[in-house]
Write a protein that binds this ligand. Structure first.
Ligand code: CP
Length: 312
């Protein structure tokens, strides 16, 4: 199925067929990262800017590696070392970078809506690498890719998202994606960071972790996003840990073959015990590995590389 989008800004914009096109394409890119020479000439001559106004380890590095493995040129921008600290606006920053003839801009920003905003005046392809608490589409796609590796199909899967749902762009993108693919999503967390209004997204809202975990196929733990909270929304980390941390005892309530996911960065001993994070049930590092292939697929589908060059 052809991929007809110019930008990747929201999972909400993708059909099930679009999502499967990306996942299937990522399958074919996965093997490239295992080669001795991890490079194919698919995007030779293309120029990509990694425009990160917020910190990142996984997303920025994997977009950079994805671009390099496809032979594109990529330049990394960080707010701290740019003219933004001298007062240059977002729009001027983007226009100046685009004047250098970019083909795609991968952007992360603390404000929701920034990737859409720049798509209104840029001619480059825009890829959202996380905007505020809004969406993080490539994270949801790599999560889906990892779940498909383990579970083969999404239909009827019970996926439990645990933690700071309100401030999590990963949760939002995953909710939209899993709804589109036919999984059953249960969100669980303390009421101040899991408003009952989330039910309108077609998910089950639960405030008791043990109840939510019963029969789960996938348990996705989320970090408390203190940087996005205006005030303390629960009494203490200790209380949060007592009620919502994933421990080996709690995880036994899930199905025997359930998997544990986390988008990272993890806080060992807060939302998840260190033992579980490192256990055979955890696919956390598999998510990171798959992220490169999924981002290669996204760059390839948006920038129009020729797949016949994959064997070179
Ligand atoms: N999952 C994720 O977005 O991680 P980074 O913040 O390290 O990019």
């Amino acid at each position: 199925m052809p991929f007809k989008h110019k930008h990747l800004i929201r999972i909400k914009d993708l059909s099930a067929s679009d999502i499967y096109t990306i996942l299937d394409s990522a399958e074919s890119f996965l093997e490239i990262s295992t080669r001795e020479v991890k490079k194919v000439p698919i995007l030779r001559g293309k120029t990509i800017i990694n425009l990160f106004f917020e910190a990142s380890t996984r997303t920025r590095s994997s977009f950079e590696l994805a671009a390099k493995r496809l032979s594109a040129d990529i330049s990394n921008f960080t707010k701290q070392s740019s003219a933004v600290i001298k007062g240059e606006t977002l729009k001027d920053t983007v226009l100046n970078l685009e004047a250098m003839k970019t083909d795609a801009i991968v952007i992360r920003h603390a404000a929701a809506g920034v990737p859409y905003f720049i798509s209104t005046f840029c001619s480059s392809h825009i890829i959202n690498a996380g905007d505020g608490a809004h969406e993080h589409p490539t994270q949801a796609l790599l999560d889906a890719f990892t779940i498909r590796q383990a579970k083969k199909s999404f239909t009827g899967l019970k996926v439990v998202l645990v933690g700071d749902i309100l401030h999590s762009r990963v949760a939002r993108s995953n909710i939209f994606l899993f709804n589109t693919l036919g999984a059953h999503v249960v969100c669980v967390g303390p009421p101040p960071i899991l408003p009952i209004e989330f039910k309108q997204f077609g998910v089950e809202v639960e405030y008791n972790l043990d109840r939510a975990l019963e029969g789960a196929d996938v348990v996705m733990m989320l970090r408390i996003q203190l940087e996005r909270q205006q005030k303390n929304l629960f009494p203490s980390i200790r209380e949060y840990r007592n009620l919502f941390s994933l421990t080996p005892k709690r995880f036994r309530l899930a199905k025997k073959n359930a998997i544990i996911m986390h988008p990272g960065p993890i806080n060992r001993g807060v939302e998840i015990s260190a033992d579980l994070a490192d256990s055979v049930k955890s696919v956390i590092l598999k998510q990171v590995e798959n992220g490169v292939a999924v981002r290669m697929a996204v760059l390839y589908l948006l920038l129009g590389g020729k797949k016949s060059e994959i064997t070179d």
